[in-house]
Design a protein around this ligand. Sequence first.
Ligand SMILES: [Zn+2]
Length: 212
Amino acid sequence: MSALKQAFGGQIGLGGFGEGNVVKLDGGQRMRLDDKVDFWPRTQAWCTVGIEPPVEGLGMSSMLAFLKQARANAGRPVAEPVARESARKVTCNYCGKPAQLHGGLDVYPDRKDLEDRQFWVCWDCDAWVGCHRDSDLPFGELANEELRHARRAAHAAFDPVWQQGRMERPEAYAWLASELGIPREACQIGLMGLASCRRVPDIVWEKFGHLA
Ligand SMILES: [Zn+2]
């Protein structure tokens, strides 16, 4: 996985802001939105640009609230992402309300590679799940920011095992599956729940120590 994907993967839900308004800076460490706010995905810190004194905050939600207010003040309110039609019924596993089907750019405006993919989204819960290619069949349950963060941490701990050649990739996943006590087919970090994800760093640590 590239450093850029590690920086942004699963972190940027900017529904309604549109690709053209997101500029990556510092090799992807910093994003400038609407030319108004700089956002650091790793720390979730944000800070306004060109306003004295600057406004600062922490977290996507407060940043997006600030940007929406700024756009509303400028007389061009943010368009809510438009949900797509689907006969399929998917429920948000956090709040129990119906999830909405969206194109990939509604969820990840900076990820042109996801343009053709679809996601089931609950904006209220800041939760979503991707669909199988050319389909609206979700990969599993929706994941909120807490779970997405846990999955990123699990990948960061586990991927060096095969990337550094400690094990071949299939062997590494088979080993992880047996440590977690789950079937090999279910051993995909992107499909794991919070409890499994949180065990992954400890499992890797116990066998290999710290892998940088
Ligand atoms: Zn929900």
